[in-house]
Design a protein around this ligand. Structure first.
Ligand code: ATP
Length: 266
């Protein structure tokens, strides 16, 4: 694989309004991005450096990726997405070159966000990494330490396994803004359901509050999956009856039985 293939600029289309709940996270991320762009002089006057890095951790399917995309869209930032596993799978020396290339691209495209999904793949504790892994991590730390050059480049990393990360990565000046993104609470679940319903045709016999109560412990991704399974059941019925259907309570009841809860299941 060539270094270039793994690095691409994206223009995400996700808006804050596409994400149910997580209001505190949205606010904190907005601040990390907007303050340095809007008030660089104020920050200089008070001798405060802008944050260079954010670490998002939490169970899978709970909107980490979605949140970073929305941040880029709403703040008008260029967005580079990289998966840790992709970087690690490259040839010796290629991973490091690719990493440097990502940072170079991000600087050229600033203001920008570099999003490292599955950061644990390249930033596991050095004691437990292969030699190749250590070199990649060192390159990442070096790139992050270039202070001035990284102005208006925000590095955001995501992981489901924060415990395996090398602590050096979270030192001040690196990924020192650490945010937990957990499973959606009742309000968030209701919003996720509402967002989906607003783009579908849902029968009035469906009680979204009720559904939000019944989906305690489900991830955002699982809730969307329930909605789509319900929608699919309505489509099945449409084919059988040859009559247009909306998505009804019975379809959701069926879907609830189909989609398993994974993140909080014993
Ligand atoms: P992973 O750790 O598996 O990469 P993630 O936390 O990055 O997961 P996302 O990719 O952001 O999860 O979410 C997966 C999908 O779940 C989204 O594309 C969206 O359909 C749905 N989803 C998750 N959380 C929410 C939410 N709060 N509001 C709306 N949709 C959500």
């Amino acid at each position: 694989p060539t270094a270039m293939r793994e690095v691409f600029l994206e223009t995400p289309k996700v808006r804050w309004s596409d994400i149910g709940g997580q209001h505190e996270i949205k606010k904190r991320l907005q601040k990390a991005v907007e303050r340095p762009l809007k008030y660089p002089q104020r920050m200089r006057r008070l001798n405060v450096n802008s944050k260079k890095g954010v670490l998002l951790y939490g169970p899978p399917g709970c909107s980490k990726t979605l949140t970073v995309k929305a941040l880029a869209t709403e703040a008008g930032l260029n967005f580079l997405a990289v998966k840790g596993a992709e970087i690690l799978s490259m040839y010796v020396g290629e991973s490091e070159r690719s990493l440097r290339e990502i940072f170079r691209k991000a600087r050229a495209a600033r203001p920008s966000i570099i999003f490292f999904d599955e950061i644990d793949a390249i930033a596991a504790r050095r004691s437990s990494s292969s030699q190749g892994g250590v070199n990649v991590l060192t390159t990442l730390l070096n790139e992050m330490d270039g202070i001035e050059e990284l102005r208006n480049v925000l590095v955001i990393a995501a992981t489901n396994k924060p415990d395996v990360l090398d602590p050096a990565l979270m030192r001040p000046g690196r990924l020192d803004n650490i945010l937990y993104i957990g499973p959606p609470d009742f309000e968030a679940r209701r919003e996720i359901l509402r967002i989906w319903a607003s783009k579908s045709v849902v029968n009035p016999d469906v009680d979204l509050d009720d559904l939000a109560s019944q989906t305690d412990g489900y991830s955002g991704a699982e809730i969307v999956s329930i909605c789509e399974t319900a929608g699919d059941a309505a489509l099945d019925e449409e084919e059988e009856t040859m009559q247009e259907q909306d998505v009804q309570r019975k379809h959701f009841d069926y879907a609830l039985g189909q989609v398993r809860r994974q993140i909080t299941d014993a």
